[in-house]
Design a protein around this ligand. Sequence first.
Ligand SMILES: [Zn+2]
Ligand SMILES: [Zn+2]
Length: 371
Amino acid sequence: MANQTYKCLNCGGELNWDPASQKLKCPYCGSEFDLSVFEQKEEKAKQDIRDKAYEKGASAEESGQTRSTDDTEVRPEDLRVYKCSVCGAEVITDKTTVATSCAFCGNPVILEENLDTQFHPDAIIPFRISREEIKGLYTQYLKSRPFTPRDFYTDAHIQKIKGIYVPFWLYDMPMEGQLHGTGERVSSYSDSNYIYTKHDVFEVEREGTLQIDSLPVDASSKMPDEAVDSIEPFDYKDLAPFKMAYMPGFFAERYDEDASFCSSRALKRAGQTTVEMLRGTVTGYSSVTVTGSSTGVQGGEKGVRSRYVLMPVYLLYTKYKGKDYLFSMNGQTGKAVGNVPIDGKRAALFWLIRFPIVLAAALLINLLIFA
Ligand SMILES: [Zn+2]
Ligand SMILES: [Zn+2]
């Protein structure tokens, strides 16, 4: 059977993914297990089945005893889908995690019984910052912003920070491109009567290929672009095959912009990079004018490879005095962005205290200068 839940080897409790240790942790007895422990167990189980089948003189496949133990095969009954009635955002989580409000707009979410489409990401960057750490980091972040109204952050509100795996497409594109233009070299010399300036103009042609790997495009229309762009980059060294073990306690937003829809954005960026690369090889001129360029994918659309990956993001949506505020943090690197309100009274008080001191200092300097 597909192994969806990981049980504690010491007490049998259901294990959670723990970002701090990058291990599966038992909330009941505190034991920690490396993912590889379970992979070895699965491998052992597979081997046992193969061995048994072999003893019986039949191949495992024929005997029908092997079932996939690959837990990237997600069973719909182990998942829950929550839908926001206001903005339409949909998040997927495991059956043990409960959502009450929308991470994108703060409105209540409704539990939808069935996951009607498939959910099988190719890869995931697991959360590195734990849900315990994020509360402290958020408070620190607010304290670094002067004049944040004190009632803007309450413990109850901080509890609403959600860890969301945001869907991205990663594109691999073998690019080709041409660039043409002119390059000019200027030199001068003189005799006793004149100074001569010589302009040599050259035709410049460049043609080349560039392999672009893992170009990210966010696949969610709900996620505000500036909130994602400013917390990039993600470090792909942590990119791992998707496993359900990374899900408990976190949400995954379902992508609503498919790979071919997003590929035009990727292609534009890849094209710009290719032109910049070609332009970078034109050296040795006093000035260069690019008159034209063209880029494309080698082998056309078939040359593009895309992967559906999930990236870890913490989100906190706040409505304060009729205005919307969104805080987002990279769940892998801790890079954060957001907007916070300013308490006018606290700001005024700050200057009331300091302004007389500044004024006195200025007067003193004046006195010293003109004395
Ligand atoms: Zn345990
Ligand atoms: Zn919403």
